[in-house]
Write a protein that binds this ligand. Structure first.
Ligand code: EPU
Length: 359
């Protein structure tokens, strides 16, 4: 499987802290990675692909602003605040963009940076953050275990003078990946609660749906399914180690033809299931109740024209379309390309008849 988007993006931002070259191996070809390379270049860092690797040569002087369009292109642009503050002493930027999953404030990022000595002037459209005396270590409690805020504050803490203790922090697998990178660069990050096996929550649900899931070797998962799945019943997304919100739409797609009713409660984002309209167009029996999704499995789906509205929902439409009889076309695939490297090739490798329009 290719490297996960949500692991590599904060690492690319953290690389700005380094004074020497950084090489990241097996970097996925994702639109958000390209946006990150453009952000790094805008800040004065030489960033280029060399085969499967990314070669970065951080700048002697890091810029204190980036074009608003780059900030708006993805949520992960927020990760650049901390290294800009650390290296340039200032960050004048627009608010980050990203999939429209509901309100996505950055108050926890900003409160943590303020606790480390940043002075933040937040307007309606843009932020001006300064760290006149540099960043300093502190004790900070996150009011919610936000993945992004934990990463922002880890990057800030790695550059700050003194020790930082974060409590109430996220513990998703990408947190351990960022800690490993910061430590490889000479940082000293200690995670008090060790990460669990990253795929455990999803594997447990797949077993509930009647699949056999095993790990025949380290970093390897084997799945056996006898055909039509059983509905998983009631389940909820949540912060790790609960079932990941990013996997919600994909699991929902797998439940569309399952035997029985699945009620998927979304607890992280208000608008996670924009893909529900596409599921219905394929003939699925789905109902959105607030932010939740109720699925009554049907024996058959039929192909239809579909439109992706966000990354995970778009990937879920691909899955659902593959489970349908007949042809489907999916527009808006640029959302999918933000997080999946050539999803068509991935499924073609499993025997799917799938092409991107230019093929
Ligand atoms: N939140 C706040 N204030 C903050 C930060 C977050 O209220 O300062 C709220 C958000 O509004 C949301 C909840 O906290 O309701 C969770 O947000 P979190 O910060 O944990 O998520 P994120 O950092 O914005 C990352 C991933 C998402 C993934 C979530 C949860 C990246 C670039 N994005 O987002 O990935 O769903 O963590 O695991 O790492 C995706 O890849 O498709 C995606 C959306």
């Amino acid at each position: 499987m290719p490297t996960a988007k949500n692991s590599i993006l904060p690492i690319l931002a953290a690389a700005l802290l380094c004074r020497g070259p950084v090489v990241l191996r097996r970097a996925p070809r994702l639109r958000d990675v390209d946006t990150s390379l453009a952000l790094l270049a805008a800040l004065g860092c030489t960033a280029r692909r060399a085969g499967a690797d990314l070669q970065l040569a951080p700048a002697d002087a890091v810029g204190d602003t980036v074009p608003p369009a780059l900030m708006a292109a993805m949520r992960s642009s927020v990760y650049y605040l901390a290294p800009m503050l650390a290296r340039a002493g200032r960050a004048r930027v627009a608010f980050p963009g990203g999939c429209r999953l509901g309100a996505r404030p950055i108050d926890i990022h900003l409160a943590g940076l303020a606790a480390m000595g940043a002075v933040i002037d937040a307007g309606a459209e843009a932020l001006d953050c300064r760290a006149p005396g540099g960043l300093r270590g502190c004790e900070f409690h996150l009011r919610f275990p936000s993945v992004g805020a934990t990463e922002t504050l880890m990057i800030a803490a790695a550059a700050a003078r003194g020790r930082t203790v974060l409590t109430g922090a996220a513990r998703e697998p990408e947190i351990a990946d960022l800690a490993a990178f910061l430590n490889a660069c000479g940082g000293s990050v200690l995670l008090r609660r060790a990460p669990l096996a990253p795929l455990q929550p999803t594997a447990a649900l797949l077993r509930r749906a009647g699949c056999q899931v095993s790990a025949p070797a380290p970093d390897c998962v084997a799945l056996v399914s006898e055909g039509r799945l059983d509905a998983a019943g009631e389940l909820a997304t949540g912060v790790y180690p609960a079932f990941a919100t990013d996997a919600g739409p994909l699991f929902a797609a797998a439940m569309l033809r399952a035997r029985g009713v699945t009620l998927l409660r979304e607890t992280i984002f208000a608008r996670r299931f924009a893909c529900a309209g596409g599921f219905a167009a394929l003939g699925a029996d789905v109902r959105c109740c607030g932010g939740d999704l109720r699925i009554c499995g049907v024996p058959r789906l039929r192909g239809a024209p579909l439109a992706a509205a966000d990354l995970r929902g778009g990937a879920a439409l691909v899955l659902a379309a593959l489970a349908a009889e007949g042809e489907s076309t999916i527009s808006g695939t640029e959302y999918i390309g933000r997080g999946y490297e050539n999803i068509a090739a991935l499924f073609a490798g499993l025997g799917a008849d799938i092409r991107t329009a230019q093929d």
